[in-house]
Structures are given as structure tokens and as C-alpha cells.
Design a protein around this ligand. Structure first.
Ligand code: SF4
Length: 276
């Protein structure tokens, strides 16, 4: 994904608050990443800049499906992926969506001293959960999240949590621990994804996504992708399609004439990192 500005708009600010200041458009690039074939752009998707990345994924997949270009696997960055997106991509298009999911930001969870949902055994058929202390939940009810999506709220009894010796790792609530669960399919995906993305196998697999950064760089440096030449979404979109076609032609030419891919630049500081 790259953001760009239109001719009549000031250059966007960078930094932590950049999402608040952006205007113009955003372009999402999809490309192949087979090691033994040229990396070709298969889809370009242009939206107004404020549209969230996860809101365009279904449109991208549908567009790829419409041209019979659905990949088996789609490597995406954090903004595009959560359990719901993985579930829908798999269910609707048979795509295995791969990306870093749901980073835990709570300090206690990061340091491993907190019981998140993965520490609870959930029995969906019996509509109950068992906590790390061995107690069974006393309440299970269907509800909605603040985004309006279906969730399940689970509660453990105050009489169990009050005297529990694991309490400091579990809850501060006086009334007992509460859990919020996503729908079953998404819950299972989330549990599995969090385990998988901690493995070397997953990191190697996901590492191929970094190639698209080279495509963004090529688009910006060689094809002026950062700057829209026209006003209006339709014209900007057309410009992007021409840019994508030009990048593909350049890449096919490089492939046929044996020009290797440029190597990723390693900063002097990164080069100091020990190998192995
Ligand atoms: S605090 Fe409550 S939910 Fe947590 S482990 Fe103890 S009894 Fe179980």
C-alpha cells in the first residue's frame, strides 16, 4: 500500500499522526512472488486515502477472482489481516491469508505474565470455558462488540476468582474474570495464527512479502507513483493501472534479458547484526 497526493493538495505530513492529516488517494499493489518467475503485478486498487486497508481486501480478492487470478496464498501486512479477514478469504475464495495478526500490546501480556484467551479451554458445544485454575465458567451469552460484530461474553464466578492464587495473572475485576470470544471459526483461527506466527517456518514464509516493498520503491522512484497527475479518483485509478502495466513490461523485459532483481539495501547499522 502506498499513499499519494493529488496535484492540488499539500504534501502530507509524516509521523505518528499522519493518518489524521492525509488527503488524496491510496494505492494497494498485489503481485506474484514466485522465486522462479518474474514478479508481476496482478492487481492495483486505488481508494481515497482515509479508507482502511482491511476494508479493501474483499474488493481485491473479488477482482482477482473475476480475472481468474486468485492466489493460493496472499501475504499481507498487519493492516490487512485479522481473524475475520482470514476466515472470509478462506471461506469465499479459498485463499490462505498470511500476515502478522493481533499484536498484544498490554504490558503484562507482552511479558507473558497474563492469562489471555489462549490460556482458557473453550468448549463451544457445551457453551462453557475452563480457566487455568480449573474452574468452569458460570455465564455464557451472545452479545455484540462495539463494532457491532457478534461476540460471546463469558464470565467466571466471583467465589472462584476472589480467593484464587492465580488471580494476579488473570483479573483485577472484583466480580470475577470476564472473557470476550470471537465467533468460533475466528476464535480457532486466531489461536492457531498466534502459535504459527511465532515459528521460523512462518517467518520464512511471510518473508516473501518484503519483496513488495521493492515494487513500491520502483513505482515511486521510476514511475512517479507517489504523485497523482490528475484530479479525481477515476483518473488517478487509470494512471495507476498504466503504471502497473509499465512496471510489468519493465519486469518482463528484465526477466527475458537476464537482468537480476536488485538486492535489498542493507543499512550499515543493520549489517552489524550477527548472523545465525
Ligand atoms: S482468577 Fe478466576 S478465572 Fe482466573 S484462574 Fe483464578 S479462578 Fe480461574
Amino acid at each position: 500500500m502506498i499513499r499519494l497526493r493529488t496535484p492540488h493538495e499539500p504534501e502530507a505530513r509524516t509521523g505518528a499522526k499522519r493518518d489524521l492529516g492525509w488527503s488524496g488517494y491510496k494505492v494497494h499493489l498485489s503481485e506474484t512472488c514466485e522465486p522462479d518467475a518474474p514478479h508481476l503485478i496482478t492487481h492495483i486498487h486505488t481508494t481515497p486515502a482515509p479508507v482502511n486497508d482491511d476494508a479493501v481486501l474483499e474488493d481485491i480478492h473479488s477482482a482477482l477472482a473475476g480475472r481468474d487470478l486468485v492466489p493460493d496464498e496472499h501475504l499481507v501486512d498487519t493492516g490487512y489481516v485479522d481473524a475475520e479477514q482470514i476466515h472470509h478469504a478462506r471461506r469465499d475464495h479459498g485463499i490462505d491469508l498470511v500476515g502478522p495478526i493481533g499484536k498484544i500490546t498490554n504490558r503484562e501480556q507482552v511479558t507473558g505474565g497474563f492469562f489471555d484467551n489462549t490460556h482458557f479451554a473453550v468448549d463451544w458445544d457445551q457453551r462453557q470455558a475452563v480457566c487455568p485454575g480449573g474452574h468452569t465458567s458460570v455465564q455464557w451469552r451472545d452479545a455484540q462488540s462495539h463494532r457491532g460484530t457478534p461476540v460471546t461474553r463469558v464470565r467466571f464466578a466471583e467465589r472462584h476468582c476472589g480467593p484464587c492464587e492465580l488471580r494476579t495473572s488473570c483479573t483485577n475485576a472484583k466480580s470475577g474474570r470476564n472473557l470476550t470470544l470471537r465467533p468460533r471459526a475466528e476464535h480457532d483461527i486466531l489461536q492457531q495464527a498466534r502459535v504459527e506466527q511465532d515459528t521460523d517456518h512462518w517467518r520464512r514464509r511471510y518473508g516473501h512479502r518484503a519483496d513488495v516493498e521493492g515494487t513500491i520503491s520502483q513505482g515511486v522512484q521510476a514511475f512517479g507513483l507517489r504523485r497523482s497527475r490528475y484530479r479525481g479518483l477515476a483518473r488517478t485509478r487509470l494512471q495507476h493501472h498504466f503504471t502497473g502495466a509499465a512496471i510489468n513490461l519493465a519486469r518482463i523485459d528484465a526477466w527475458l534479458t537476464g537482468r537480476p532483481l536488485a538486492r535489498t539495501r542493507v543499512s550499515p547499522f543493520a549489517a552489524l547484526r550477527p548472523t545465525g
